[in-house]
Design a protein around this ligand. Sequence first.
Ligand SMILES: Nc1ncnc2c1ncn2[C@@H]1O[C@H](COP(=O)(O)OP(=O)(O)OP(=O)(O)O)[C@@H](O)[C@H]1O
Ligand SMILES: [Mg+2]
Length: 415
Amino acid sequence: MAKNHGILVVDVGTTKICAMVGEFKEDGLWITGMGVSPSYGLKKGVVIDIEEATTSIREAVDKALTQSKADLDKLITYTSIAGTHIKTTSGMGTKVLKEQEVTYEDVRDAIEIAQAGSKSEDRRILHALPKEFVIDHQKGIINPVGMTGKRLEVHVNLITCNASTLQNLLRCFQKLGLEVNGVVFQGLASAEAVLTPEEKDLGVIVIDFGGGTTDVVAYWNGVLRLAFSLPVGGELLTNDLAIGLRTSKQIAEEIKKEKGVCLRELVNGDEIIEVPGIGNRPVRKVNRQFIAEILELRVKELFELVARELKKYMLEETGKLDIRSKFGSGIVLTGGSSQLPGLILTVDQMFDLPTRIGLPSNLNGIGDEILAPQFSTAVGMFYYAKTELESEEFDFPEGGLLEKLKRAFGKFFKK
Ligand SMILES: Nc1ncnc2c1ncn2[C@@H]1O[C@H](COP(=O)(O)OP(=O)(O)OP(=O)(O)O)[C@@H](O)[C@H]1O
Ligand SMILES: [Mg+2]
């Protein structure tokens, strides 16, 4: 396989495109290039103008390649997707066992059968994640390999997306002559970058609070249970501020980043901010509490939407609306908007769950620049891509099929 020198990840966000090049060296994957460009032609996570999106992607990719000096022909490309069209559904696959002893190939076949049974014309399966195995009616099996029986059943969670929305995204890469090897749901990638295996075991909710979307994934017992993407993010906060302060979006964005806070109680009552007027209108003086009030209202509304989706799922799965019981590790916030002061406290109070900010865990290479929540998705895409490539027949130094499958299915072969 020629293309095994490295990975090019391109996180296609609503406000920025982030491309990173990772190259395989003797001691692992090194990030050797990074390029960020403003994102045009996207709305709420979805490509709405192929020409504009292609230009934005090209700019980020060019920057990353220039910095890395890697040969594009030797890189395997991954991109990311989000938007309200992302859905989680369940699937089931069964395989009659020839040898009566479950092998890794049986597991792989059963997962493929589960996917085949859920295919439809207008949807594409992005991820098939095993929840549980059943052998001859014995439920709750985590790792079936080596067990005996006549029939293996796998229950999977499938993260699916709209086929034409995916096609529009891939069209941008096609126009750049880039062959895409894999597409990752942005929320899943972010979770890969910011979570520990212990958090996934204990139960955790990751919320990637971005610019145009808020992507959510929830795990317990080490298994992904739910993934969804809401069409709301930091852009809404900026819009609200622009309207409330009667100023431009650009100024509102600056004020949000420099003086924004989403809890009134954290602001001193007599702090005054100067807001430049639009055109030749005079500068206006505004109490910072007013800014906090605008942001607080919107943030609470957005996180109410997240809570509503989670409650709906909990009701279906457990018969109860209670979110807290399953998520002992609480909530991990990431994405650019997670930097808003006051957000941790707000979310902690709303969900009554311990909340922290998730920064992408470090990879070797270009330094601390990538250790910011807006880069969680891109960094997580490396973890995802690496695992996927190792499970395929790529020419990796270590590990036979057993090791590869262990990495591919993570938890299921850990014990
Ligand atoms: N310090 C800050 N305080 C508040 N918001 C911030 C701060 N820094 C960045 N943001 C906001 O983060 C958002 C961008 O986040 P991010 O880069 O994660 O989004 P994206 O990946 O481009 O979009 P998406 O994933 O939603 O499609 C913008 O709305 C920006 O205003
Ligand atoms: Mg994003």
